[in-house]
Design a protein around this ligand. Sequence first.
Ligand code: NI
Length: 136
Amino acid sequence: MRITVCRRAHFNAAHRLHNPELSAAENAATFGKCNNEYYHGHNYELIVHVTGEVDPKTGYLIDMKVLRDHIKLEVEDYLDHKNLNVQVEEFKTLNPTAEHIAYVIWNRLRSVLHTDLELKVTLYETPRNYVEYSGK
Ligand code: NI
């Protein structure tokens, strides 16, 4: 039986959207308030979707305690209450848009999940704006 299990998580983080290859005027025009040089915060909501075959022995796709611990270590401990641009290695070279944050989260979780499991992440930057990434 093929099924998807999901777990929600949450973190707060600060960022600034800025491309050093653009002029100050172009950055302001492109990123608006998110270009504020003094940074600003978001309450990010994450949904992790894991898909695969249920283990007939346990009836589980993945032990939720295991999934919870992966999310805590790879996402919450890594990103919560951080200034993404300054404190998170990946965003020293990657603009911390919701798209890129979802990409980084997906890669970190992918590296710790069994290869038989499919992974998708949904990341809400605001209650109305969200992105999805499944590694494709
Ligand atoms: Ni922002």
